[in-house]
Design a protein around this ligand. Structure first.
Ligand SMILES: [Zn+2]
Length: 471
């Protein structure tokens, strides 16, 4: 990524301006092409989601009608009160952290403040790639520091409810690690993107869309090997009854599972969880070590759910759909990042050379090639991911419900499933009655009472004993 060559290299086209147009005026044709490509990709994502999401995870007629979720049926008044109290304690830090983070990133991006901040932190940096790295580190760190008080607040609530087992220094180390992971991923992505904006001022969005797709798939594939070990240690579930039962269940299910891993989650939390990550050769089923004290039948029920994800390749599917959405978003970035109005609003003059030796940036690809536009880029990315989250959660909840149905089909034991869901909700102090905003913003899984109600529906449909109330 050498400065000199790309400066004078023979990149295609005249810098973002149509021949005879005003200097710096964006070319119309690539902007239209990028917007149309984005629309086609988004329509593709919408169609795939509409057609492949299991909108009714438990299809068929339930004799006597479907059960309505009712926390009072399975949870004691004390458990319900504790869940409500926890909910009202974690919501203020969660919502205010989200709001402050959003406002900050939007203000930085859509006013000249972000460009000025980057100009200030990169004032002494001449090399373009170094300016991109410095700007990325400075912005992501600033945002993380702004969110830190809310994270501390949220973590102190977890402590009060006995959900966290970490010391504050260990917790801070985790925060630093997760910031470092963000740095690495953002830096790689932005170095590639800004190399493209400079090299191909009018068509960088095509390379960005293809590169974004590949990068998302790559990160998801190497995530279990490259990122998860940064936070946890993993070991194989030791030989014994549980291990052989779980592997036998996987064989019976026709899902090739070579190993079940245990994560040392108890160094951080008392909550119970399990998950599947990666795909192909990196796919793994991971149990929290906190789960190992649960009755083996409950662990089997949980693994049955994870096998449901594995069998359907939910991680790969989610990765591919997500990557398609990212590709669409990167196409959409082009008309936005070359919009003279938006650039001026962000303090980036689309026509004039920028300070700090950024002259060639402005000639090539306009303000979008100026590293000071990273603030605007981050604001657009945040706006996009925030808008996409409710859709992701909606689809995720259906996929989770389908994995629940898989566990029920496999174990044919709704009573254990219900006792497991009950234990999970009580131990994790889950929200037993989420409101609409919580479903929209946070809930990747159906609530405990939702999952319990579906298990009762399953029992009725399959004429198996309906699980009795849990208290
Ligand atoms: Zn799941």
């Amino acid at each position: 990524m050498s400065e000199a060559e790309t400066d004078e290299g023979s990149a295609e086209g005249t810098a973002g301006g149509r021949p005879g147009g005003a200097p710096g005026a964006p070319a119309r044709r690539p902007r239209v092409a990028a917007a149309v490509t984005a629309a086609v990709l988004f329509a593709g994502v919408a169609a795939v989601l509409a057609l492949t999401t299991p909108w009714s995870p438990l299809p068929g007629h339930v004799p006597g009608g479907r059960v309505r979720p009712d926390p009072a049926l399975d949870f004691t008044p004390a458990e319900i009160a504790r869940s409500r109290a926890f909910d009202s304690a974690v919501n203020p830090p969660a919502y205010s952290g989200l709001a402050v983070g959003l406002v900050l990133v939007l203000v930085l991006g859509f006013t000249p403040l972000g460009a000025r901040f980057i100009g200030w932190v990169t004032a002494r940096t001449r090399r373009r790639w170094l300016r991109i790295i410095t700007a990325t580190l400075a912005l992501t760190t600033l945002l993380r520091i702004a969110g830190l008080p809310f994270d501390v607040w949220g973590e102190s609530v977890l402590r009060r409810y006995g959900l966290s087992t970490q010391s504050w220094p260990a917790w801070l180390v985790d925060q630093a690690k997760s910031l470092a992971v963000t740095w690495v991923i953002y830096t790689i992505a932005l170095l590639l993107l800004y190399a493209l904006t400079r090299r191909f001022p009018r068509y960088w969005w095509t390379g960005a869309a293809a590169g974004g797709f590949v990068l998302v798939v790559f990160v998801s594939f190497v995530y279990p090997l490259a990122v998860e070990p940064v936070f946890n240690k993993f070991h194989s579930l030791p030989a014994g009854q549980l291990r052989s039962d779980l592997l036998a269940m996987a064989r019976r299910d026709g899902v090739p599972v070579k190993d079940v891993l245990v994560a040392d989650a108890s160094r951080r939390t008392t909550s119970l969880n399990a998950y599947v990550s990666g795909f192909g050769s990196t796919r793994r089923i991971v149990l929290y070590d906190t789960l190992l004290k649960s009755p083996p039948a409950q662990v089997e029920s949980i693994v049955g759910h994870e096998l449901g994800h594995a069998e359907r390749d939910d991680v790969l599917w989610g990765t591919l759909v997500g990557a398609l959405g990212v590709a669409g978003a990167l196409c959409l970035l082009y008309p936005l990042m070359t919009s003279p109005r938006l650039l001026r609003r962000a303090g980036l003059d689309p026509g004039a050379p920028g300070p700090g030796g950024a002259g060639p940036d402005a000639r090539r690809g306009g303000g979008a090639a100026d590293p000071r536009s990273i603030a605007l880029l981050l604001a657009l990315v945040t706006a996009g991911t925030t808008l996409a989250a409710p859709v992701q959660n909606l689809v995720s909840r259906r996929i989770e419900a389908r994995a629940d149905v898989h566990a029920l089909d496999l174990t044919r034991d709704p009573s254990t499933f219900v006792s497991m869901q009950h234990a999970l909700s009580v131990r994790n102090v889950s929200d037993l009655d989420p409101d609409a905003a919580e479903y929209l913003l946070w809930l990747t899984h159906p609530s405990g009472p939702d999952r319990i109600a579906m298990a009762r529906d399953w029992a009725r449909m399959h004429r198996v004993r309906v699980p009795p109330p849990q208290h």
